[in-house]
Design a protein around this ligand. Structure first.
Ligand code: GLU
Ligand code: ZN
Length: 476
């Protein structure tokens, strides 16, 4: 099909997958979904010096985890070198590219002179080898693209509208390095053509490369794709986003306990909005409403508080079983330090109703629910004794609670609440005094879900056992 929509996500495996990269992936993915198009994954690994072990696998894991599935790939550029060499040979044959034999020392000197004389027009390489043809080919060399020396390169960017570059401002950039690997520019253009990419949506930092690419397309006789450069991500102080401001690696964000839809929803709003009030979107709603033509040109501020708020909203809206599944997987990857046992799926399902409305990120759960996964809990006698109580009255209160709980026929949180409130009345103490003592006895925690739900969750045996331990503690 001639007009098929084909987009790609083309990360370089140079580090942990970055928030900004994932936003690029998401926008491409959404565009493909909306247009019944294809989303292609390509790993741009021609820069051998910057390659990082496992970086591609981390990206693949993150995309899968987010549900951003691709139709083709992953293609690896390092396995496609022949295609690039063919294109480079064609360019050389047609005088659109040339071999450059200049030594690193010569280039270094040029650079130094260049910065000294402030000659605005002299950009980088002085084209010595462009003027000297017939040079030998066996000596070490790079291949440079012969940029047009006059005129402008003008294109219509879907986000930035008309963009115009003066050709003389671009140097004759390298397309083949001395290690015989192509550069990003060349491989990117050859692949986008080979993979019949119709639209290139990528980060704004690539905007200055686009005129280079367009001239390469022209020189190779390829049709030019449509471009859209996505607004930069900024921190709250409007400087470029960096690790200093919060986690920028998607792997770190996963480990903090954001859930896929929370991150997807948040990322979609970095540069795009439906109106001035709608903040919550499910994926289907994004597919329906997202519009690449409506992006802002100005930078998008990454607000981590908003991310947590959106994530919390989605956690509350999830169906409990699917939340349980996500918590279970999260704990498998990040076993909470305060747990003595590894939660089973059954146990995880049981705790969901206690925490679902209380948390914004999954890592918060363990501090609420640690008591349930601990063999023994830790607290002092002082913590058991509440204001206005003493050792004796606290012991009596615990004994009374035991018998009250033991005589409940239907052991659910409602009956537990009624029975314990009655106990407080009978003992002539405040409900708060009784309940706080029990909270310490049963959880050892300062914060916890509702006490009545905790008791129901623990069950009668474990509850009595823990109360007995408290009584014993106070007796010895
Ligand atoms: N490999 C480039 C990157 O890592 C891709 C840029 C593009 O999409 O053309 O961002
Ligand atoms: Zn040269």
């Amino acid at each position: 099909m001639q007009n098929e929509i084909r987009v790609r996500f083309a990360p370089s495996p140079t580090g942990d997958p970055h928030l900004g990269s994932i936003r690029t992936a998401l926008f491409n993915w959404l565009f493909a979904q909306q247009n019944n198009g294809k989303f292609i994954l390509r790993i741009e690994d021609t820069d051998q010096s910057r390659k990082q072990h496992n970086s591609d696998q981390k990206m693949i894991t993150a995309l899968k985890w987010l549900g951003l599935d691709w139709d083709e790939g992953p293609y690896y550029q390092s396995k496609r070198l022949e295609k690039y060499h063919t294109a480079i040979d064609t360019l050389i044959k047609n005088n659109k590219a040339y071999r450059c034999y200049c030594s690193p020392e010569r280039l270094d000197n040029l650079r130094k002179q260049n910065s000294k004389n402030h000659d605005k027009k002299f950009i980088g390489y002085d084209k010595l080898c462009r003027k000297n043809s017939n040079l030998e080919t066996s000596k070490p060399h790079v291949v440079r693209f012969a940029m047009p020396e006059t005129g402008k390169t003008i294109f219509n960017d879907i986000v930035r509208n008309e963009v115009s570059f003066q050709n003389e401002l671009s140097e004759d950039f390298i397309i083949l390095k001395s290690d015989n690997f192509p550069t990003y520019h060349l491989a990117n253009v050859v692949d986008d053509n080979d993979m019949k990419i119709s639209h290139v949506f990528r980060a704004e930092e690539w905007l200055p490369s686009t005129p280079k690419h367009i001239n390469l397309y022209n020189a190779l006789g390829y049709p030019i794709p449509k471009y859209g450069h996505l607004p930069m991500l900024l921190s709250s102080d409007r400087t470029k986003l960096s690790k200093r401001h919060g986690a920028t690696s998607i792997i770190d964000l996963i480990n903090i306990g954001y859930i896929p839809i929370g991150l997807i929803n948040f990322l979609a709003l970095l540069g795009w909005s439906l109106d001035d009030k709608t903040e919550i979107f499910q994926t289907e709603e994004l597919i329906k409403n997202f519009d690449i033509h409506d992006l802002t040109k100005s930078g998008a501020v990454v607000d981590y508080e908003k991310l947590s708020w959106i994530n919390g909203y989605h956690i509350r809206s999830l169906d409990p079983d699917s939340l349980a599944k996500q918590i279970y997987e999260f704990w498998e990857l990040n076993p909470p330090k305060n747990f003595d046992t590894s939660p089973t799926m059954e146990e995880t399902k049981k705790i969901v109703p206690l925490i679902q409305n209380r948390i914004k990120i999954l890592s918060e759960i363990s501090e609420y629910i640690g008591f349930y996964f601990k063999k023994s809990i830790d607290y002092t006698i002082e913590e058991l004794i509440q204001k206005g109580m003493d050792l004796q009255s606290t012991k009596i209160a615990l004994e009374a609670s035991k018998s009250a709980l033991n005589s409940i026929t239907k052991f659910d949180s409602v009956s537990i609440e009624t029975s314990l409130r009655n106990t407080a009345i009978e003992l002539q103490i405040k409900p708060g005094q009784l309940l706080s003592t029990l909270r310490v006895s049963l959880t050892g925690q300062k914060i916890s879900p509702s006490l009545f739900e905790i008791i129901e969750l623990n069950g009668i045996d474990k509850t009595i056992e823990r109360i007995n331990i408290s009584i014993e503690k106070m007796t010895t």
